[in-house]
Design a protein around this ligand. Structure first.
Ligand SMILES: *[C@@H]1O[C@H](CO)[C@@H](O)[C@H](O)[C@H]1NC(C)=O
Ligand SMILES: *[C@@H]1O[C@H](CO)[C@@H](O)[C@H](O)[C@H]1NC(C)=O
Ligand SMILES: *[C@@H]1O[C@H](CO)[C@@H](O)[C@H](O)[C@H]1NC(C)=O
Ligand SMILES: *[C@@H]1O[C@H](CO)[C@@H](O)[C@H](O)[C@H]1NC(C)=O
Ligand SMILES: *[C@@H]1O[C@H](CO)[C@@H](O)[C@H](O)[C@H]1NC(C)=O
Ligand SMILES: *[C@@H]1O[C@H](CO)[C@@H](O)[C@H](O)[C@H]1NC(C)=O
Length: 652
């Protein structure tokens, strides 16, 4: 250590403080000393004498020579005197001395021209860095004026020489620390540095393991063997195949760096996917070609990942890091890579561009098993329901009592279910054909139809409750029913449309084929979205209100009429209303609740029952109609018929 260490240390602290305060993006391993060299008129030379070790480096200047001598390098030994271009008349030149200890590279820039005194030779483990400033001897006419270190001024005076003392540290560790701090753009630094280190073959860092391959003319594709970290068997390491089309044809030879990150923590700090339901697996592979941005490869890069077993209920997808969008907050995107599942422990990614690749394991929404079968069942059920509703609406309109209250209520329900089953039937097609804007409107329409169906179910139940319970008051005007059944559900839908981003294309991922999800137009219910909130506060609340109030009314009605005559006659009619309503509520409930691994059977039950709602409604109507005709013929001649009994019959 030098004699002025105390002073140097203080200066270093100030310097560090300035560095952090200014938020300088430079690596604090690296050294950059600049100044103005005041020289004479004569011949100018750049003299250097560099030796291995870690001691003092002296940067000095006199009338004719700028000289750099000392022991700071790890590998490089070089000394000579270079003649500099004369510049008649000029008495001063700007110069900078750069030292990158990780690469063991030292170069001097004089008058805008770079002279490399030490070329990089691989990445150094222990290196001499953290250069702290020692003495600067006296002042003079010739020498170094306005000296700066890393853009911080050391002195405004002209000094003949500056001395700096180095310290040995582990450069690789420090480098990895720097790369892992801050945001995504720092990760690029690893590959850039490996590229600059001029090595071919393997480069081992604590945070990453790289392999550098040179693609020459006639490149036929290559299987990269990545170095394995200590204690990791080679078969656990990702395998990478470079296709022949990776080499840009216009270049004679070009290097490609393939980097394996054993620990994806480097990528998680700034990525958007650190949600509970999505996880990036540990291994990340980055591939870059020297000075090229590669996209749309005709033959894909193949990266094989080996990982712990992923159960079939969790979808996995190859993703790539979208560094272009915003380098500080990087997102994993799914486009551009194809996922090939090779059993539970292996996944191969075929990607058409270069960046960082990883596997995203999605835990929720769980991929649906037997998606194709469920889709077919639902489509058929919805078609049957739609037709049934048409038949039912026609029938209700041609009935004798087409203007009756009860008929109006039945018709409302049939209409709502008609819309629901029709929209549900078409949602897949619209999502695939119509694009995002069409899907936005269609998702809203589907949501409206669902809420309207809930409303009409409620009205059905409430209407019969009114007939039995409100003995002396007349039932509300049909306009009220229509307002509640068709008007009320529009309110939340319009609000959600105004909020925007709620409706749109959503993907239902099949566990059998993750690359081809089923698309539908619906609400975006991904975690932490407005859609999910709306789903809880509107759909589930609505459903709960309908089911609970239905049960309460059922209980009250049963208590009221179980001893009356008319109950015995109209038992079936009553129970059918509530039966259907409960079926409706429960099946939608089934769909909303999460059964997890519990059952493979539930989704089938849900799809079958739900998509057939309209059909059940028609069936019920048909049976009750026949029953009424039978009971009317048996009642012929009977005179005892109260108004309310009549109404109850009408209800059915
Ligand atoms: C200037 O410095 C160089 C190298 O340090 C030395 O060889 C030379 O003699 C010096 N010239 C004068 C005029 O002092
Ligand atoms: C010399 O090196 C510096 C530092 O890397 C760089 O900023 C500068 O552009 C280089 N100058 C020339 C002429 O290449
Ligand atoms: C030694 O320095 C000269 C410039 O003086 C440079 O051209 C040469 O490449 C250097 N040698 C090594 C091994 O770095
Ligand atoms: C040295 O720095 C001072 C103060 O910033 C400035 O006025 C002067 O022009 C500089 N001299 C040269 C040669 O850059
Ligand atoms: C690369 O590995 C694959 C198997 O993963 C093999 O089929 C292919 O022949 C290999 N290619 C080369 C150039 O070694
Ligand atoms: C990954 O790195 C972080 C911090 O560097 C460490 O806390 C974590 O344990 C590492 N994980 C594995 C699996 O090595």
């Amino acid at each position: 250590m030098g004699p002025n260490q105390g002073f140097g240390g203080t200066l270093w602290m100030i310097f560090l403080f300035a560095l952090f305060a200014s938020g300088s993006g430079e690596n604090d391993r690296d050294f950059k000393m600049c100044g103005t060299w005041c020289h004479g008129n004569g011949l100018l030379t750049l003299a250097h004498d560099l030796k291995r070790g870690c001691g003092t480096i002296t940067i000095s200047a006199n009338e004719s020579s700028l000289s750099i001598r000392g022991e700071i390098t790890a590998q490089c030994e070089n000394s000579s005197v270079i003649k500099l271009d004369p510049s008649p008349g000029a008495r001063e030149r700007h110069f900078c001395v750069y030292w990158e200890p990780l690469l063991d590279q030292l170069w001097v820039e004089v008058n805008g021209q770079n002279h490399t005194l030490c070329w990089p030779s691989g990445l150094q483990g222990n290196c001499c860095t953290d250069l702290s400033q020692g003495s600067n001897k006296g002042t003079s006419t010739y020498g170094i004026l306005n000296a700066t270190q890393r853009d911080d001024i050391i002195s405004y005076k002209t000094h003949p020489a500056y001395e700096f003392f180095g310290e040995i540290i582990n450069c690789k560790n420090k480098f990895c620390d720097e790369a892992s701090q801050g945001s995504g753009d720092k990760v690029n630094m690893i590959e850039e540095t490996v590229m600059r280190s001029k090595v071919l073959g393997n480069v081992v860092l604590p945070c990453a393991l790289s392999s550098v391959v040179e693609m020459k003319e006639g490149f036929q594709g290559y299987n990269i063997t990545l170095p394995a970290p200590q204690g990791v068997p080679p078969q656990m390491i990702p395998s990478v195949h470079l296709p022949s089309c990776l080499k840009p044809p216009e270049k004679k030879k070009v290097k490609v760096v393939c980097t394996y990150f054993k620990n994806s923590t480097l990528f998680q700090g700034c990525s958007k996917v650190d949600q509970n339901d999505i996880r990036i697996l540990e291994d990340v592979v980055g591939i870059t070609v020297e000075n090229e941005i590669i996209t749309n490869l005709p033959e894909p890069i193949r990266i094989g990942f080996h990982h712990s077993v992923i159960p079939t209920s969790h979808s996995r997808k190859c993703v790539s890091w979208d560094t272009k969008k915003d380098p500080t907050e990087v997102t994993w995107k799914k486009e551009g890579c194809e996922t090939i599942q090779k059993g539970g422990e292996d996944t191969e990614c075929h990607c058409n561009h270069l960046t960082y690749f990883a596997i995203l394991v999605q835990l929720e929404p769980r991929p649906v098993r037997h998606l194709v079968a469920l889709t077919v069942i639902t489509s058929m059920g919805c078609a049957a329901s739609t037709l049934s509703c048409v038949v039912l609406i026609y029938f209700l309109n041609t009935q004798r009592r087409a203007k009756d209250q009860s008929t109006a209520v039945h018709r409302g329900l049939a209409m709502a279910l008609f819309l629901l089953s029709l929209f549900f039937f078409l949602t897949g097609t619209v999502a695939n054909v119509g694009g995002n804007r069409a899907c936005w409107a269609f998702g809203a329409a589907l949501h409206y139809a669902l809420l309207s169906s809930f409303s009409w179910m409620f009205i059905e139940v409430f209407h019969s409750f009114w007939l039995v319970y409100m003995v002396f008051s007349s039932s509300p005007n049909p306009y009220v029913w229509h307002l509640v059944g068709f008007g009320l559900p529009a309110v939340p839908v319009i609000v959600l449309l105004a909020i925007g981003k709620v409706y749109g294309v959503i993907e239902v991922v099949s566990s059998d084929d993750v690359n081809n999800p089923y698309l539908m137009c619906w609400m975006d219910v991904s975690p932490r979205s407005v859609g999910l909130l709306a789903h809880y506060f509107i759909n589930l609340t609505f459903l709960a209100v309908v089911v609970i109030s239905g049960l309460i009314m059922l209980f009250l009605v049963l208590r009221n009429i179980q001893n009356r005559d008319e109950w015995r006659k109209n038992k079936v009619a009553f129970l059918s209303i509530w039966g259907l309503s409960c079926l409706f509520g429960t099946t939608w409930g089934l769909g909303f609740l999460d059964f997890g691994q519990l059952s493979e059977f539930i989704p089938f039950l849900f799809c079958i029952l739900n998509s057939l709602q309209g059909f059940f409604l028609m069936l019920r109507f048909y049976i009750l109609d026949r029953m009424r005709k039978q009971s009317r013929s048996s009642l012929d001649g009977s005179t005892a018929s109260s108004t309310r009994q009549h109404m109850l019959q009408e209800k059915s």
